[in-house]
Design a binder for this molecule. Structure first.
Ligand SMILES: Cc1cc2nc3c(=O)[nH]c(=O)nc-3n(C[C@H](O)[C@H](O)[C@H](O)COP(=O)(O)O)c2cc1C
Length: 299
């Protein structure tokens, strides 16, 4: 009978050749069998409620709707909104024009402004624009927004200090070279003079959850999308009122700004908009917008 001894085999005796060869073969196999992640054309809808005897399906980040219920949330059997009979609705009653061109012209006129005049603006105009933003739709009508309007010069200077010191870090260390390079045509840097020259700063916070009257938490579904839509409506309202603004997302400044404005811990800063009239010597990047054919797909 032929007996085979593993320790005396060629593979073991010549381990200095066989081990690297096997390692190389393993790496090669891994490389050849690697499949690049495929772009998913359509995400599976995961709005189903898991039956009670099944564990909840984990939602991917894209489908993330807000904090999940835990014991600190209100009990699930009482809706957050009062249950009332529905009322009739006959569609839009206040319209600009049956031709949407006018509104397009108003919005096509909007540009981001980084050089503001200190020309004063009535607070009532800003208030009305914010009231317009607050007509926005929101996930399950949770209205998860807080608009902080800052006019006080000292507070604006403190906001500028916080943002400029973080932005210096951002531009010098935190942002990738690619990012800094892509911003070059916009000529932005860590100096944000507009934070003290613009008559108003509007800091828009998303409420990641709400509070019920009984002190328990209320779920705020899709709060970031809801607040982003409200921000879009605010931009439209400001533009229609003849004002200029700039959407800014000051990286890493959220906690310090929340602290400065004494915001509660369920509120997270989403964007900050300086608002005012453009300075007389204001310049803006020479940008063009995509054509309708590039952005609209007709079916
Ligand atoms: C989500 C978002 C974040 C932005 N963040 C900044 C920012 O932090 N600083 C800034 O100067 N501009 C910021 N912008 C403004 C864009 O640079 C600007 O909208 C873009 O260049 C197009 O120019 P337009 O607004 O004049 O059409 C931001 C815009 C958006 C929508």
């Amino acid at each position: 009978m032929i007996s085979w001894n593993f320790y005396e085999s060629w593979v073991v005796q010549n381990w200095q050749y066989s081990v690297p060869t096997l390692a190389f073969a393993l790496v090669l196999w891994k490389v050849l069998s690697y499949q690049a992640p495929q772009f998913e054309e359509c995400d599976e809808e995961v709005t189903k409620v898991a039956p009670q005897n099944q564990t909840k399906k984990k939602l991917s980040e894209e489908e993330y709707i807000g904090e999940f219920q835990d014991d600190s949330y209100d009990e699930v059997d009482t809706p957050a909104l009062e249950e009332k009979p529905h009322i009739p609705f006959y569609g839009a009653t206040v319209i600009l024009d049956s031709d949407p061109t006018k509104f397009y012209e108003i919005m096509n006129d909007r540009r981001s402004v980084r050089m503001f005049s200190d020309r004063p603006i009535d607070y009532e105009i800003i208030e009305k624009c914010v009231q317009t933003a607050a007509t926005s739709p929101s996930g399950a009508h949770t209205e998860p927004w807080t608009f902080c309007v800052v006019q006080d010069a000292l507070l604006k200077a403190q906001i500028r200090d916080i943002i400029e010191s973080e932005e210096l870090e951002n531009y010098e260390r935190r942002m990738s070279r690619r990012w800094v390079t892509d911003l070059k045509p916009l000529k932005t840097n860590f100096v944000k003079e507009y934070l003290t020259t613009a008559p108003y700063l509007i800091l828009i916070f998303k409420q990641t959850y709400g509070m019920m009257e009984n002190g328990r938490k209320k779920q705020h579904y899709y709060n970031e999308i809801s607040v982003s839509i409200a921000t879009g409506i605010l931009l439209c309202a400001l533009q229609a009122a003849g004002l200029s603004s700039l959407v800014t997302t000051p990286l890493n400044c959220g906690p310090a700004l929340s602290n400065l404005l004494k915001r509660p811990k369920n509120e997270k800063l989403l964007v900050l908009l300086p608002v005012g009239y453009a300075a007389d010597d204001c310049t803006i990047p020479d940008l063009t917008r995509k054509s309708i054919d590039e952005v609209l797909v007709k079916y």
